[in-house]
Each structure stands twice: as C-alpha cells, then as structure tokens.
Design a protein around this ligand. Structure first.
Ligand SMILES: Nc1ncnc2c1ncn2[C@@H]1O[C@H](COP(=O)(O)OP(=O)(O)OP(=O)(O)O)[C@@H](O)[C@H]1O
Ligand SMILES: [Mg+2]
Length: 283
C-alpha cells in the first residue's frame, strides 16, 4: 500500500466496558476524533493489561494496526499473532529505537498531509500501546546512567524521552493513537501543573480506587473514583459519552469481536518500516 492511495476511513469505536446505566463505553479512534489517546490508571493487579489487551484485540480484528511496548515483557504474550500486529517489544533499547522511528513516521505523516493537501482523517490510524510507561521511562533513565558506553551513546542519539514528549503533543494530528497503562496518574502526563493536556486523553479509565490527588488529576474532582468495589475485577470509572465520569465494568478480551479483517499497512516514513524489517530479521 502506498501513501498516495489511502483507503477509505470510517469511524472506529472500540468497546471496552459497560457503564452503570448499561451504555457501552468505547474508545473512539477515528482520525477526526478530537480526543484520541487513551489512558488507563490502576494499581498492581487492577486490570490495566487486561483492558489494553481487550482494546488491542478489538482494534486488530477491525483491521486497525497496532504496536505494543511491554517493558515487563510478559504482558503482551500472544498478541503478536493477532492480525494487524505491527510489532511487540519488551527490550528498552529496542523500544527507544522504535519510538525514534515512530517520531520520524509522525513527521512523515504530517508532511504527507501538507504536501498532498489531504486531511489528517485520510491517514491510516496506528495504535501504539505502552503498558507501564513509567517503567519504560525509568529503564531508559537507568540505561542512560549505568549502561555500557555503546548503549549510553545510542540512547543519547535516540533521545527517546525527547521523541516521546513530541509524540504526546503531536501524534494526535498524525493519526497515531497512544494507549497507555500506568499505576497512578502523574502530572507529567497531563502537561504538568496546569493540567491543560488532560483532554489529550479523551478516553480515560481508572481501575480500583484513586487517591484524592489522583481523582483530581483524572476527573477534576477529588471525590470521584474513591469508593470503587475492588472485590470485583475491572470495576472503576471512565468517561461516558456525555464527557462525564461514570462508574463502569470492563469487558474481558474474550468478549472482543471474533471476525477478522486484515489491513495492508501504509507507511509514510522510511525509518519505521526499516526498523520493523530489521526487528523481524532479529537484527
Ligand atoms: N474485567 C475483568 N474481569 C475479570 N477478570 C479480570 C478483569 N480485569 C482483570 N482481570 C483479572 O485480574 C488479574 C489482574 O489483571 P491485569 O493483569 O490486567 O492487571 P494489571 O493492572 O495489569 O496488573 P499489573 O500491575 O500486575 O500488571 C488477571 O488475572 C485478570 O485476568
Ligand atoms: Mg499489567
């Protein structure tokens, strides 16, 4: 598939939960969706990986390509055989290379839109999931300090944290959707103390109970998500269609769609397909 002939794009909603009022909650990953990234917050064992797997399985079977970074290296086992899985990786250095290549892909996508006078909605959506993104950034920071000379040099050149910061701001308009799992909300995800980047994550999910600060960061209200029934797995709060936080129950991956559509991948950069070629050859 060449970028010159983009396939028709339609709205894609990935259902993940049932709200208290019975409504189905979905992650809208359509290119024109104003709120496109998805953030999942939950304590250890709270069900973060399960939601990410549910969403990726749903996406894969609807023909949406995805890539997964799993610094714990066991959370995404089996997902590599899903259709439209671009790559799954656990190694921090490899993830740094991927993030740098994704950064190139993002800029190539924006350039493609400008040069061809197309709309960002014509870009093929790509989901990039990072389970435990603070474990990943912690690994990068440790490697940059204590890695061998070659690793430190490589990381300096790749500057994955710099690339990541750009992606957080610009990926939305390049059809790249981030799906992040973290143990607790952190101001750095929301644009620092101002919190003005919170709406970047139009889909927000908190599993189990939040601290007062966490509730304020996630929901703008220190009382929301403080009294969740933690005896039931997958219980928590998410944004409803009306944009308000609502109590919900996550669905399991087994409840994802069974039918499969395979979508040829459109790349806009050289760097990302090169990275993937090398990764598949085990370089
Ligand atoms: N919606 C759900 N319904 C039923 N069981 C669930 C649900 N969500 C998670 N579980 C179960 O709860 C356990 C923990 O879930 P999961 O591994 O997704 O949590 P996690 O937040 O990723 O934990 P960790 O921090 O250890 O990575 C798993 O055994 C999983 O099968
Ligand atoms: Mg997990």
């Amino acid at each position: 598939m060449t970028a010159a002939n983009p396939p028709e794009r339609t709205d894609v909603h990935l259902p993940y939960a049932t709200a208290a009022n019975g409504e189905t909650l979905s992650w809208n990953i359509s290119s024109h969706a104003a709120w496109s990234h998805c953030l999942i917050v939950g304590p250890t064992g709270g069900g973060k990986t399960s939601v990410i797997r549910t969403l990726l399985t749903q996406a894969a079977r609807r023909g949406i390509p995805f890539a997964g970074i799993d610094p714990k290296t066991i959370e995404f086992d089996g997902l590599e055989t899903e259709p439209n899985c671009v790559t799954i990786m656990g190694d921090a250095l490899r993830a740094a290379e991927f993030i740098r290549a994704l950064h190139c892909e993002m800029h190539a996508r924006v350039a493609w839109v400008q040069e061809n006078r197309e709309q960002p909605t014509d870009l093929q959506p790509l989901i990039v999931a990072v389970d435990e993104c603070f474990i990943l950034s912690g690994k990068w920071q440790r490697l940059a300090k204590t890695g061998d000379d070659e690793t430190r040099e490589q990381l300096k050149e790749l500057d994955p944290l710099g690339a990541w910061a750009d992606l957080a701001v610009l990926a939305r308009s390049a059809g790249i959707r981030l799906l992040l799992g973290v143990q607790r909300p952190d101001a750095s995800l929301f644009g620092g103390a101002s919190g003005n980047a919170r709406d970047n994550f139009g889909t927000r999910i908190s599993l189990g109970n939040l601290s007062q600060d966490g509730a304020l960061m996630m929901w703008g209200d220190s009382t929301v998500g403080r009294e969740v029934d933690t005896s039931v797995k997958g219980r928590g709060i998410a944004l409803g269609d009306d944009g308000r936080p609502t109590a919900m129950q996550i669905r399991t991956p087994e409840q994802a769609l069974a039918e499969t559509t395979f979508t040829p991948m459109t790349w806009y950069s050289r760097e990302l397909p090169n990275f993937l070629d090398n990764a598949s050859r085990g370089d």
